[in-house]
Ligand binder design. Structure first.
Ligand SMILES: C[S@@+](CC[C@H](N)C(=O)[O-])C[C@H]1O[C@@H](n2cnc3c(N)ncnc32)[C@H](O)[C@@H]1O
Length: 223
């Protein structure tokens, strides 16, 4: 856990970037909002302003389908985009999982907004988490592929604390990314123990999807 007084963002050349200290964590981001005494120029408002980085969807040439890149350099700590989609209940999520003929892969478009679930004793509404499904209605970030050595990471972000149940999923660059480099994130960020266990079982291994990220740190499988 990082120092709670640490600033999430630092201003460099008039632009606000996530501090390197914060980038190494998986802590949620609390940005300023309407009820704060600051105005929209406050350096603690970044995701609120939306995407400024241009993104291109392109066809990969190695069987991974579509991918995403930017024609501009992206700097370490820069906000790239949010993951957006339909907000659905846990019941609807399960219904869609069952309905999907590629049920095992349906989860690749689903994110549970559970970052604040532990606060449910103070706010019981946080116990009933909702999901974001980016399969049918989304933005360019729905096309971002996985890498075991990614250049982006997702952070939970809220403004007003009353919106914790519907927190944002915000992608930030974890390193400098030269223009036209494919953007990637780790689909199982920090939770790869299950994958490592499944790899040891030959029957389960047969069902697993091979990872084509080609990084030196590749774990071999997506899931
Ligand atoms: C959220 S989608 C990403 C966009 C996708 N490439 C497309 O064309 O719609 C996830 C899917 O992309 C493919 N994919 C992403 N990263 C991959 C990787 N490292 N290796 C192999 N396939 C990958 C898999 O088919 C996976 O189910």
């Amino acid at each position: 856990m990082i120092n709670p007084d640490a600033h999430v963002y630092e201003t460099i050349d008039g632009e606000n970037f996530m501090s390197h200290q914060y980038l190494n964590t998986r802590d949620p981001i609390y940005e300023c909002h309407q009820a704060c005494s600051c105005d929209t120029a406050c350096p603690n408002r970044v995701v609120e302003h939306g995407r400024t980085v241009p993104l291109q969807i392109f066809r990969t040439d190695d069987g991974r389908g579509w991918g995403v890149r930017s024609p501009q350099d992206i700097r370490k700590g820069q906000f790239v985009d949010r993951y957006v989609g339909e907000l659905i209940t846990a019941e609807e999520t399960e219904r869609r999982r069952q309905r999907s003929d590629i049920a095992a892969k349906k989860d690749v478009y689903l994110f549970e907004l559970d970052k604040f679930k532990d606060d449910a004793d103070r706010d019981p509404t946080l116990a009933e988490t909702v999901f974001v499904d980016g399969e049918y209605a989304s933005g360019p970030s729905r096309f971002i592929n996985h890498s075991c050595d990614p250049n982006l990471r997702i952070f939970a972000r809220v403004g007003d604390h009353a919106t914790k149940r519907f927190h944002d999923l915000a992608f930030f660059a974890v390193r400098d990314i030269p223009a036209d480099t494919e953007l990637t994130f780790d689909y199982v960020d920090g939770e790869d123990e299950k994958l490592e266990e499944e790899k040891k079982n030959p029957n389960q291994k047969k069902e697993m999807t091979k990872c084509l990220c080609r990084s030196r740190k590749c774990r071999g499988y997506l899931w």
